[in-house]
Design a protein around this ligand. Structure first.
Ligand SMILES: *Cc1c(COP(=O)(O)O)cnc(C)c1O
Length: 362
């Protein structure tokens, strides 16, 4: 059945080895692998949980952690909830996450109460916003950092595991020595003031890994959280391929359902398309147009790249992808399968969609 995500487990393993080497051997950081990009796919989880270098397995959704917590704990890994907990999911957070990322004292209070109920000490990483303006206490707000810390230190069922920061995902701010040094500076201050040792100073996601190669990751950073770098081999700060990785470990296959000669310009008055956009058309005369059975409901069609370099994507609606195959060296017919490389957002949707099958190469 199509569309199909083809997951090459050998290539994924190879990517994992490559990012583990950079992060742990070169960068002296512990490795947290982030599973949300493939929606915590079972085979991928098995592969990651079996790797000796991986210390933590993380996701932004408790439901994904629930699906693999028992299994990965048996393998000696810790589970981590990356998105700040919703007050409505506290019980599951304490049950399935060994560590959760937090920035709100009211939520941490709820975690403390629930951990007491479950007879546990729940570990938290306090998030600091270094300017990307997503989660975390704003780094200049010392008063809030101090009052939050004071209260955390009094909690019996909460262990402050470390500090963390997230960059690039929202504000597109690039991690640098300068902004990450604010995090390591704060960590030292906190360790002195409260006379504690922090286990983890987590310096970001796949956009931070480039700093290791440049020798610019600040000394105190001892953890990175990698999703896209592992799954697609991307350094997401500058869009480079990381050494030793490939971008085709996960490929999309979809099927041609119509192939006809038609004009390149639509006929009639132009309004707006199914998504409210006014389309732009280039007049190429009569062209060979294929319709492929995949659309915006399944993926980000803008980030798809055909492995046939002479096939050009013209556009898409919810369920149809329109491509120009006039210049292709392949003589396509209805029923043929076309393969695409995908971007991070597209992969996320494909892995989540109940309309997309998964196939594994071993
Ligand atoms: C999604 C996420 C990551 C992983 O991001 P990648 O760019 O895929 O490496 C890391 N940390 C947090 C807080 C996240 O939400």
């Amino acid at each position: 059945m199509y569309p199909k995500l083809v997951i090459d487990l050998k290539k994924l393993k190879n990517n994992l080895e490559a990012v583990a080497k950079i992060t742990t051997d070169q960068g002296n950081c512990s490795l947290m692998i982030v599973t949300k990009g493939l929606c915590a796919d079972k085979e991928m989880v098995k592969l990651v949980a079996g790797h000796p270098t991986v210390r933590y397995m993380a996701d932004s959704r408790v439901k994904n952690l629930e699906s693999y917590a028992d299994f990965v704990r048996e393998q000696g890994k810790k589970t981590v909830l990356l998105r700040l907990p919703m007050p409505s999911e506290i019980e599951k957070v304490v049950t399935y996450a060994d560590i959760s990322f937090n920035s709100e004292i009211s939520t941490i209070r709820l975690l403390n109460e629930e951990a007491a109920k479950q007879g546990k000490r729940h570990k938290i990483v306090l998030m600091i916003d270094l300017g990307d303006l997503r989660e975390g206490i704003f780094f200049e707000n010392h008063e809030l950092i101090c009052s939050t810390m004071d209260e955390i230190m009094k909690m019996e069922h909460i262990e402050l595991y470390g500090l963390g920061a997230n960059l690039t995902c929202y504000g597109a701010i690039i991690p640098k020595k300068e902004n990450l040094s604010i995090l390591t500076g704060l960590a030292s201050e906190i360790e002195q003031k409260y006379d504690i040792r922090l286990n983890m100073i987590s310096g970001g996601n796949s956009s931070s890994i480039y700093l290791i190669e440049k020798g610019e990751l600040p000394k105190g950073i001892n953890n990175l959280r990698l999703g896209e770098a592992f799954l697609l081999g991307n350094d997401t700060a500058y869009g480079q391929k990381l050494p030793g990785t490939t971008g085709d470990a996960i490929v999309l296959e979809a099927q041609i359902i119509e192939l006809q000669q038609k004009p390149s310009l639509p006929i009639g008055e132009v309004g707006v398309d199914a998504f409210g956009q006014k389309p732009y058309y280039e007049d190429r005369g009569i062209i060979k147009r294929a319709i492929i059975a995949i659309g915006k409901q399944d993926t980000d069609t803008d980030s798809m790249v055909s492995l046939d370099k002479k096939m050009e994507i013209l556009g898409a609606s919810s369920d149809h992808l329109i491509v120009d195959v006039t210049n292709s060296n392949t003589t396509y017919k209805v029923g043929d399968i076309v393969r695409f490389e995908i971007g991070y957002g597209g992969m996320l949707k494909l892995a989540t969609s109940p309309y997309v099958e998964k196939h594994y190469l071993t």
